[in-house]
Design a protein around this ligand. Structure first.
Ligand code: ADP
Ligand code: MG
Length: 363
């Protein structure tokens, strides 16, 4: 139904969409997730030409809307958008907000448009509010009116741009419930959202967008349970990380510890986890010290909020040599401490980089 190829968008020198190629089939519900500022809104706005794409093609029901001569208004009428900020007409009653489009743009008679509008208000649970004005409604009610107004135009696809992010938390669910109902009735929907549980429940496919491209796509189970690529994983698991480079045996251990403490504080880690990571670093650095004569060491701490897990990675260059090998260590004392503090220890060599990873024990 919608066929996007090599879509790009620049604002002056700023490249916002790089090279987006996707297909959205009739009846699909596609959720777009990802960090803010990565082009999700711009992508939706390009789809219905609220923003003019810089390159590529958008084919809707066989018509390339970027080619001159295409009947763009006719094609765009099939697509309607729900905004974060509702965008209702403040000077019109709820009923008129719905009826005006069909009358003015579709040539429907006033009475037919009102009849239809009342039905749609019933569908979103707001039949009683037909004669009210938008500013007499709550945010959740306004957004439900906005969805009904969209439906009044008989769209074949609805684009939603973070429809619940301007709402009071108590009103999110009423709007999601209406959207769920539309999805169940087979409406084709493209939804930019931060509501992960909702996206998982309702979508047939999920796009993870990052830095102007669709970085990973898949079924909700693939994206939420088994994301394949690094940035997707970090986003889904709410992973935050901090990196340090140690490039001499005389490095300032106290300064690094202070930075680690700051990181832990920011992530609100329990005290026990903080103590463990500091002790663990101290022990590991004793073992790594000889290596620091020859090469530098990159330390990465990453905390997954969702899994409540703190991971540590130490990466060095040079010949692979398992640093925790019993035989090469002066005594087992340090090793025992490390094993008490950490679990899931792994050593891997990729190219000439050797990576030791472990997770801080929780219990
Ligand atoms: P998202 O919806 O993923 O948060 P947006 O699509 O809103 O991201 O924005 C992506 C980038 O494009 C941002 O850096 C934003 O500042 C920039 N941008 C969006 N709209 C415009 C515009 N009209 N003019 C200039 N820059 C814009
Ligand atoms: Mg946005």
């Amino acid at each position: 139904m919608i066929h996007v190829e090599h879509l790009s968008k620049k604002f002056d020198d700023l490249v916002v969409l790089k090279d987006v190629t996707v297909e959205i089939r009739k009846g699909e519900v596609v959720s777009i997730i990802g960090p803010s500022g990565t082009g999700k809104s711009t992508f939706l706005r390009c789809l219905n030409l609220l923003d003019r794409p810089s390159g590529g093609s958008i084919v809707i029901d066989g018509v390339d809307i970027l080619r001159s001569g295409a009947d763009v208004p006719k094609v765009l009428r099939k697509m309607n958008m729900v905004f974060q900020s509702f965008n209702l007409f403040a000077h019109l009653s709820v009923l008129d907000n719905l009826a005006i489009g069909p009358v003015k743009l579709l040539g429907m008679s006033r009475s037919a448009a009102e009849r239809k509008s009342k039905e749609l208000l019933k569908l979103v649970g707001l039949a009683e509010k037909a004669d009210n004005y938008p500013d007499e409604l709550s945010g959740g009610q306004k957004q439900r009116v906005a969805i009904a107004r969209c439906m009044a135009m008989d769209p074949e696809v609805i684009l939603f741009d973070e429809p619940t992010s301007a709402l009071d938390p108590t009103m999110v669910s009423e709007v999601l419930a209406v959207m769920r109902r539309l999805a169940r009735e087979g409406m084709t929907m493209v939804i930019v959202t931060h509501e992960m549980d909702f996206a998982r429940d309702v979508s047939s496919r999920v796009f993870y967008m990052d830095e102007g491209e669709i970085y990973e796509e898949g079924s909700p189970a693939q994206i939420f349970d088994k994301p394949q690529r690094e940035k997707t994983r970090a986003f889904i698991n709410k992973i935050r990380s901090a990196c340090f480079r140690i490039d001499s045996p005389d490095f300032d251990l106290y300064a690094m510890n202070a930075e680690i403490e700051t990181f832990c504080e920011k992530q609100i880690l329990p005290k026990q986890m903080r103590q463990r990571i500091l002790l663990l670093m101290e022990e590991l650095l004793i073992i790594y010290r000889p290596l620091l004569e020859r090469t530098s060491l990159d330390v990465t701490l990453s905390y997954s909020e969702k899994q409540h897990r703190l991971d540590l990675a130490l990466e060095s260059e040079g010949e692979a040599a398992y640093p925790l090998d019993k035989g090469s260590l002066p005594d087992e004392f340090g090793l025992n401490i490390i094993n008490n503090l950490a679990e899931g220890t792994e050593y891997r060599t990729v190219g000439n980089r050797n990576r030791l990873t472990m997770s801080i024990r929780k219990g």
